[in-house]
Design a protein around this ligand. Structure first.
Ligand SMILES: [Zn+2]
Ligand SMILES: [Zn+2]
Length: 194
């Protein structure tokens, strides 16, 4: 499919158009952005969704916090703040696209066709751009149950930490001695105080 961009007279393929969107958001073209664009195209196609039409029915679980996820965000409009983007950080270039309307879910993961560490960046970039989809991606239909406290919309639960007094949303508290405690008070914070 090609689309004529008005006023410029430039004909871009659908892939190029979406890649441009992802590149603008990310700030540069890199292999990760190309990969994320292709992952998004594959995931949405399997769900029967149009990448040019934003929908509130889409929720994406990303399995890495790297470049590819910026492409997913830029093209689909999912965001962490709207709770339509979830980070399940396995350190794997993979994402699951869920149509909450139909309940259908498709996981797209990147499977490099070469042994680890051998391919240089240039070669990597070329492969990610040009390799046939079935050679570099695994596409599986999966099932995902999104817990009620993870769904978009108003918080289902609020609580207050008995140790620090801060408010805890969405059931993220732990119960210690029958009282709600936030994760940082329960396990120690990621920061130190100065
Ligand atoms: Zn990048
Ligand atoms: Zn606390």
């Amino acid at each position: 499919m090609s689309i004529l961009r008005e006023g410029i007279g430039e004909i871009l393929t659908e892939f190029e158009l979406l890649l441009e969107k992802a590149t603008d958001f990310h700030g540069e073209t890199c292999p990760g952005i190309v990969m994320g664009t292709r992952m998004t195209i594959a995931g949405l196609r399997e769900l029967g969704m149009d990448p040019h039409t934003k929908t509130h029915d889409l929720i994406v679980y990303a399995e890495v916090d790297r470049c590819a996820v910026d492409a997913i965000q830029a093209i689909t409009g999912v965001t962490l703040g709207r709770r339509s983007l979830k980070l399940m950080n396995y350190g794997i270039f993979a994402a699951t696209f869920i149509d909450t309307g139909s309940g259908k879910a498709v996981r797209v993961s990147f499977l490099p066709p070469w042994p680890d560490q051998i391919q240089g960046m240039m070669e990597f970039g070329k492969t990610v751009r040009n390799a046939p989809e079935e050679e570099i991606f695994r596409i599986q239909e999966v099932s995902v149950t999104i817990p009620p406290e993870e769904k978009p919309g108003f918080p289902t639960r609020k609580n207050r930490c008995v140790r620090c007094g801060e408010q805890i949303m969405d059931g993220k508290e732990e119960i210690l001695d029958q009282a709600p405690v936030c994760k940082k008070c329960a396990h120690g914070p990621y920061y130190g105080t100065v």
